[in-house]
Design a protein around this ligand. Structure first.
Ligand code: XIL
Length: 623
C-alpha cells in the first residue's frame, strides 16, 4: 500500500511539474483564452513484447504496456467523511400499489445510527425490526462489507458483526431492509454508514491470513495453453506471495511483470478431465500465516467444440455481410483464451474492441497512453483475416477523470487531439469507426447538460461537436466507414425520429457520414420487427449503410432459448433484406464474458457450445 501511495505521490508531483511547464509555455503564446492541449504519446507509451508464459496467444505476439501500472489499485471511495457526518441517510419506503397506509403503516428498525469503528476492533450492532401493527417484520441486509456477517438471533433481531482491517479504512454504506409481516412487497430500506478509522497504534490490528482472489470456473480445450492470472489479497493491505504446492505437469509460474500481487500460471492440459490446482497464499509479514484455495478447470476434448453447419462468416460472405463480435479485452490472458480465439477465428470476419479503445482506458492521464490491448487485438485480427471496427471515438461515457474535469473551453482541443492521435495510429488497420457514440437522449434530443446522462462534448461545443468530429475523421481516414452508433433505435419512437432529424441535418450540410450503427441490446421479449424493418429502410433510403454493432438478446424472466433464437433470427433477417446491411456483430461471443452475463444473451454458452441463438443466425444467413 505504501509503495503505491509513493508512486501516486511521485506521479502527481510529475503532473504538477508538467502543468507548470504547460502553463509557462501557454503563457508565451499570449493567448488568454484557454485552449490547453495535452502531450502526445511518446516513446515511453510504446508497448513492448510480453513473454509467451503470460498468455495463450497463438499466431501473433502479445505486447504489454511498458509503464508500471496506473494507481488504480486504491479505488475511490463512494462516500466521504462529510457524508458520514451528515447523519443517517434517508429511508426508502416501497409501498405496493393499492396499499392503504392509514391501515397498515410501514415496518421500521429500532435505534438506527451511523457507526464509527477502529480498524482491528470487532463491531457488533443488533438490529431490531418493528411493525406499528405489532407483528415482527422480516429483515435482510444488502451490500454488507466483505468479511462481515448478519447473524439471526432467532428472536426477530439480527446481529451485524465485523472486524474491519486496514483495507477497509474509509466510509462505506450498507442497507438493512425491513419487510412488512402482512404484505412482503411493503418495505423500508435503511441505509447505514460505517466509518472505519486507523487506531493510534497500527500494531494493535491483528494480522490475518491472505487469500486467493476468486477465480471463476472455466472450460478449456485439450491441447490449448491455459493461463491463470492469480491474485493474492490481504485485508491488512500488504501483498502476499503465491506458491503452487502441487503444480500441473509442465507448468510455468511467474510473477506478473506489472502487477506485484499477481502470479501467472501457464500449462497445457493434454486430455479432457476436471483439473484442480491448489494455490497457497503466504503472508508477507508473518510467513507462517497462509491459506490454500483450489482453482478448477473443466477440460473438454477438441471434438467437443466442433460446430455443425457452415461458419457464420462463410454464410455471411455469401450474403455480402460481415459477421462479427466485440472482443473481450485481453482474452489471451484468460484461462479459456485458446478456445475463445479459436471460436472467434472460425466464425467471424470483423471485430470490435469491447473496451480497449475507450478514452478512459487508452488515454487515462494527459500524455499517457495504453495502446497494448488495442495493438494486440489488431495483430490478432490481421493474423486471422478479420476487419477491425473501432469503437468509440467520441462518447459521453467511459471518459478519463482528466477529461471530465477539464475546462469546457479546452474540450474541443482535447477532442481533436484525441481523434488525431487514435486515428493517426490506427487508421490503416481500421475499416469502420464509431465516430460518435450515443449522442441522443431517449426523447430524441441531444444529450446536453443533465448531470447523469449529459455529454460534456455537447456542453462544450453544442451539436457542432458531431460535425467537427465527423469532418476531422474523414480527413484523417478517407477510406473507412464513419458511423454514428446508438442504442434503443430498433423500434419506432422519439429517439429514432431524433436520429433521422440529425442525419437529415448532417446530410443537408454535407457533413461526412457513411452509416448508422444499431446497437440492439434487446430482450427475448422483443417483437417490434416491423418497426425495426422500417428503421433499417429509413437509414437505407438516406443512402447510409446499416451496421448491427452490439447485438445481444437478454433472456427476460420466463423467456426461453427458443424465443431468444427467434429474436436473433428475425433481427438478422431484417438486416439481410437490406442491400445496405454491411455487418452483423454481437456484443461478445460467449455468455461467460457478456456485459449482461446474468441474462445469457449471446450465441455461445459458457462452455463455447453453440446455442439455438447461434443456429438461428445460421438459418437467417442461409441463402
Ligand atoms: C460496455 C462493455 O461491454 C462493458 O465491459 C463496460 O464495462 C461498459 O461498456 N454501449 C456501448 C458499449 O457503446 O461501449 C458498451 O460496452 C455497452 C453499451
Amino acid at each position: 500500500m505504501l509503495m503505491s501511495l509513493n508512486r501516486r505521490l511521485s506521479r502527481s508531483w510529475c503532473l504538477m511539474a508538467l502543468c507548470l511547464l504547460l502553463v509557462a509555455c501557454g503563457g508565451k503564446s499570449g493567448n488568454s483564452k484557454s485552449t490547453q492541449g495535452s502531450p502526445p504519446p511518446g516513446a515511453d507509451d510504446e508497448p513492448i513484447a510480453e513473454e509467451a508464459s503470460f498468455n495463450t496467444a497463438q499466431g501473433f505476439t502479445v505486447l504489454r504496456e511498458p509503464q508500471p501500472r496506473l494507481p488504480l489499485d486504491e479505488p475511490e471511495r463512494e462516500f466521504t467523511d462529510a457524508d458520514f457526518a451528515a447523519g443517517l441517510p434517508a429511508v426508502k419506503i416501497t409501498v405496493p400499489e393499492g396499499l392503504d397506509q392509514s391501515v397498515n403503516q410501514p415496518p421500521y428498525i429500532d435505534n438506527l445510527a451511523n457507526v464509527q469503528v477502529v480498524a482491528g476492533e470487532v463491531l457488533e450492532v443488533i438490529y431490531r425490526p418493528q411493525d406499528p401493527e405489532g407483528d415482527i417484520p422480516g429483515m435482510f441486509p444488502n451490500k454488507l462489507p466483505q468479511g462481515s456477517e448478519f447473524a439471526d438471533n432467532f428472536d426477530g433481531t439480527k446481529t451485524f458483526r465485523w472486524q474491519p482491517l486496514q483495507m477497509d479504512v474509509g466510509v462505506l454504506q450498507f442497507t438493512v431492509t425491513a419487510v412488512d409481516p402482512v404484505n412482503s412487497a411493503y418495505r423500508s430500506s435503511h441505509p447505514i454508514m460505517i466509518k472505519v478509522v486507523m487506531p493510534k497504534d497500527p500494531a494493535t490490528i491483528p494480522n490475518v491470513a491472505p487469500m486467493l482472489d476468486e477465480v471463476l470456473p472455466h472450460t478449456a480445450r485439450a491441447g490449448d495453453p491455459v493461463v491463470f492470472e492469480l491474485k493474492g489479497i490481504d485485508l491488512n493491505g500488504t501483498i502476499p506471495t503465491l506458491e503452487l504446492p502441487d503444480p500441473p505437469a509442465g507448468a510455468s509460474f511467474n510473477p506478473h511483470p506489472r502487477f506485484e500481487e499477481v502470479f501467472v500460471l501457464k500449462f497445457t492440459p493434454a486430455e479432457a478431465g476436471e483439473i484442480s490446482v491448489p494455490v497457497l497464499a503466504r503472508d508477507s509479514v508473518d510467513t507462517s500465516l497462509s491459506s490454500v484455495q483450489n482453482i478448477n478447470l473443466t477440460v473438454l476434448a477438441a471434438d467437443a467444440f466442433e460446430v455443425p453447419g457452415s461458419a457464420l462468416k462463410t454464410l455471411g460472405a455469401a450474403r455480402n455481410v460481415q459477421m462479427g463480435f466485440a472482443a473481450l479485452q485481453s482474452f489471451y490472458h484468460r484461462p479459456d483464451g485458446g478456445i475463445y480465439a479459436a471460436t472467434a477465428v472460425r466464425e467471424y470476419d470483423i471485430v470490435t474492441p469491447e473496451n480497449s479503445m475507450k478514452m478512459d482506458y487508452i488515454n487515462p492521464e494527459p500524455g499517457r497512453y495504453q495502446f497494448a490491448a488495442t495493438d494486440n487485438l489488431i495483430a490478432f485480427a490481421q493474423a486471422n483475416g478479420m476487419s477491425v471496427h473501432a469503437h468509440p471515438l467520441v462518447w459521453y461515457r467511459q471518459l478519463p477523470g482528466w477529461i471530465e474535469s477539464a475546462a469546457l473551453a479546452d474540450l474541443e482541443t482535447h477532442m481533436r487531439e484525441y481523434i488525431q492521435r487514435i486515428m493517426g495510429r490506427y487508421a490503416d488497420a481500421v475499416s469502420v469507426w464509431d465516430v460518435i457514440n450515443e449522442p441522443l437522449e431517449s426523447n430524441g434530443q441531444f444529450r446536453d447538460s443533465n448531470p447523469d446522462t449529459g455529454s460534456i462534448w455537447y456542453q462544450a461545443m453544442g451539436p457542432a461537436y458531431i460535425d467537427k468530429a465527423l469532418t476531422l475523421a474523414r480527413q484523417l481516414d478517407p477510406e473507412s466507414s464513419l458511423l454514428i452508433n446508438e442504442f434503443d433505435i430498433g423500434m419506432a419512437g422519439a429517439k429514432f425520429d431524433g436520429l433521422m432529424r440529425l442525419v437529415d441535418d448532417l446530410q443537408a450540410r454535407e457533413i461526412p457520414l457513411d452509416g448508422i450503427g444499431f446497437q440492439l441490446h434487446v430482450f427475448s421479449s422483443f417483437d417490434q420487427f416491423d418497426e425495426l424493418r422500417a428503421n433499417f429502410a429509413a437509414v437505407a433510403e438516406r443512402g447510409l449503410d446499416i451496421y448491427i454493432t452490439e447485438l445481444d438478446v437478454a433472456l427476460t424472466e420466463g423467456g426461453t432459448p427458443s424465443q431468444q433464437a427467434l429474436v436473433y433470427r428475425e433481427i438478422a433477417a431484417a438486416c439481410l433484406e437490406q442491400p445496405r446491411c454491411r455487418a452483423i456483430q454481437t456484443w461478445g461471443l460467449t455468455d461467460q464474458y457478456s456485459f449482461r452475463t446474468h441474462f445469457d444473451p449471446l450465441p455461445f454458452d459458457r462452455s463455447y457450445q453453440p446455442k439455438s441463438a447461434y443456429e438461428a443466425l445460421q438459418s437467417a444467413l442461409e441463402p
